[in-house]
Write a protein that binds this ligand. Structure first.
Ligand code: KG4
Ligand code: ZN
Length: 326
């Protein structure tokens, strides 16, 4: 079995995964959404302190598995420096204490493998990762052959939902709150410009849209108008993704397409991507809803593959890399 730790942002999570069967034997996550909600976003130092409280509590529940552990895995990149350190320090202590090897896992690869929890992998795959930190399209051939073909030049898709929710005073995380508010709104009411629609670039940008939404919020006469703003924003934020993907599909025709990351839970986005894939006859893969947002089950799933390929780190060399990209 492998014990895996995730602490790259505001979720403290630990999983135990059986190596031979991929079975998830234990998974527990303590989220900090409530604590960060009053600030409208994640406060890194507060997050680190909460990890320091939560991780040891979860680890205590894993004690019955300690004797069967063959390795310990941990998210070491990318993420918030002060929170990554909490997980990596704990993982190193476990590796030394139990005399087992350590595996450093890339969080973004973790999101890709959230598709395969308790399942066999399925490659090749074109993946759209939409989270709080990233918006990118990747061509994935295997664990070690991952090529990023498009990414955001500024804010990420999920982050733009968080910022719009903050501007409206709704709380954090913004994705589910905006999705809920948008349900009763008119998607066509505000004619926000689709970002980069005149540009041949296959890339994403959300900062301009965010500013256009800010102006609409300032002009709103009552909170009732927020519904239409939320609906129109969700529509344009999604149209930007589908427009660029459509362009990309002119040259690359994926057989299998996947959406992963916290924002892949968005229902409107899922529906629009389904429509986009129909003419291509491509299969759409999605993670289970509970594994879209950050979790340790996905880190464990990657760790199993890395264990089988002997992709261990030395205790001295394993360090956090807050900003590394795929
Ligand atoms: O993957 P994740 O848990 O953390 C990162 O790795 O960043 O993603 C969190 C992000 C947040 O920005 C959150 O607002 C967004 O995912 N999110 C959503 C939805 N649910 C979560 N965005 C849009 N619609 C949703 N339903
Ligand atoms: Zn994530």
């Amino acid at each position: 079995m492998i014990l895996s730790i995730e602490s790259s942002c505001d979720d403290s999570a630990i999983s135990i995964t059986e190596i031979v069967s991929n079975k998830l034997l234990f998974h527990k996550k303590i989220s900090q959404e409530l604590e960060h909600s009053v600030y409208g976003g994640v406060v890194p130092e507060l997050a680190a302190r909460l990890h320091a409280e939560a991780l040891p509590k979860i680890l205590e529940e894993c004690e019955p598995y300690f004797k069967d552990l063959k390795a310990v895995a941990v998210t070491s990149t990318p993420g918030l420096a002060v929170t990554l350190v909490e997980g990596v320090t704990m993982a190193k202590a476990i590796a030394v204490g139990l005399d087992i090897p350590i595996i450093g896992v890339n969080h973004l690869v973790g999101h890709i493998y959230s598709l395969f929890i308790e399942k066999e992998t399925q490659f090749p795959l074109t993946v759209l990762l939409v989270s709080g930190g990233h918006t990118q399209v990747m061509e994935v051939k295997s664990l070690t052959e991952i090529e990023t073909v498009a990414k955001s030049m500024d804010d990420s898709f999920g982050e733009s939902f968080d910022k719009v929710a903050k501007m409206m005073g709704l709380g954090y995380p913004g994705g589910p709150l905006i999705q809920e508010l948008a349900k009763g709104g008119d998607r066509k009411k505000h004619n926000f410009t689709i970002p980069l629609s005149q540009s041949p670039l296959i890339a994403f940008s959300y900062s301009g849209l965010k500013n256009a939404v800010r102006l609409a919020i300032q002009k709103a006469e009552s909170k009732d108008d927020y519904k239409d703003i939320a609906a129109s924003f969700e529509h344009i934020a999604t149209a930007h993704l589908t427009q660029k993907l459509k362009k990309y599909f002119k040259t690359v025709k994926p057989q299998t397409f996947a959406i992963v990351g916290g924002a892949s839970a968005n229902i409107y986005l899922r529906g629009q991507i389904e429509e986009l894939l129909k003419p291509h006859g491509a299969e759409l893969l999605l993670s289970e809803l509970k594994y879209c947002s950050d979790n340790a089950a996905m880190i464990g799933r990657v760790a199993v593959e890395m264990y089988k390929k002997n992709m261990f780190s030395s205790l001295e060399d394993l360090d956090i890399a807050p900003r590394s990209q795929l």
